[in-house]
Design a protein around this ligand. Structure first.
Ligand SMILES: O=C(O)CCC(=O)C(=O)O
Ligand SMILES: [Fe+2]
Length: 259
């Protein structure tokens, strides 16, 4: 077991938690069949995965009742978006990263919680596991990177904001992330929870195809940044969610033609 420092706990109470059997076999099988049958999404994720659907929004389907399942598990959160990824041996997958396109609009990006659910077992190397890094140093590194990215996003809307030198992860830092990563063994329908301001990485698939269903949750009282929502809209990133949030929280920005 990993001992969690107070620093990590203060950032997210659920970072690195494994929850067994979040989905029943019946729900998982129905969900897997439905997602597998859906057409591939038109998203930049397709460069990284042959099949990637950004925002299938199947959690809203009353027959699967994923909203109800998550409400019981995490009553203080609500689901904002979902994502489906099938990973094959030839797919590159994501190297160590944080999910900036998903969190750039959050007033507190660390508040967003990912529930990563493999739809088949991922128990050993080669099965397409997900690794996360729960080291204090890595989290501090990701927060510096995040501040840098948030700053750049503000500049998209307001060019009078001065530029910031680009932030890059060094080879030594990659080696450190690799050395300290945590790679849980999961069964189909189990979940790995992590605060996705933190580094994580998609591990190799040696044969067949690994399917994962991913939920992005936010606290019920989460706040969203008007400027950075407009920045993401301008960049055309994560538009399904960005447009919904703008309409809900900042309809004036849409009326004023800021967007
Ligand atoms: O499932 C994968 O291969 C990557 C998942 C990921 O990066 C995420 O859920 O944010
Ligand atoms: Fe990610």
């Amino acid at each position: 077991m990993h001992a969690r420092s107070d620093f990590l706990k203060s950032i997210s109470p659920h970072h690195g938690e494994v929850v067994r059997k979040v989905l029943s076999d019946e729900t998982r099988e129905k969900l897997a069949a439905r997602l597998h049958a859906m057409p591939n999404g038109e998203t930049w994720y397709a460069d990284i995965y042959n099949k990637a659907i950004y925002g299938p929004m199947v959690f809203r389907d009353p027959e699967l009742d994923i909203t109800g399942i998550i409400e019981k598990l995490l009553p203080n959160y609500r689901i904002l978006a979902d994502l489906y990824l099938e990973k094959k041996p030839e797919d590159q997958g994501f190297p160590f990263h944080t999910d900036f396109d998903s969190i750039g609009f959050m007033e507190h990006p660390e508040d967003m919680l990912t529930v990563w659910i493999p739809l088949m077992p991922v128990r050993e190397a080669g099965s397409g596991q997900l690794s996360i890094v729960m080291e204090e140093g890595a989290v501090r590194l990701s927060l510096i990177r995040e501040a840098n990215q948030l700053h750049s996003l503000v500049r998209v809307v307001d060019p009078s904001v001065p530029p910031h030198p680009p932030f890059q992860i060094t080879e030594q830092e990659y080696a450190y992330l690799e050395r300290t990563k945590f790679t849980p063994s999961l069964d189909a329908g189990d979940a790995l929870l992590f605060c996705n301001a933190f580094f994580h990485k998609s591990e190799d698939v040696h044969q067949g195809s690994r399917a994962a269903y991913i939920l992005r949750l936010v606290p019920r009282d989460a706040r969203f940044s008007r400027t950075r929502l407009l920045g993401l809209k301008k960049l055309g990133q994560n538009l399904a969610v960005v447009n919904e949030l703008l309409e809900e929280h900042y309809p004036d920005a849409l009326e004023a033609g800021d967007a």
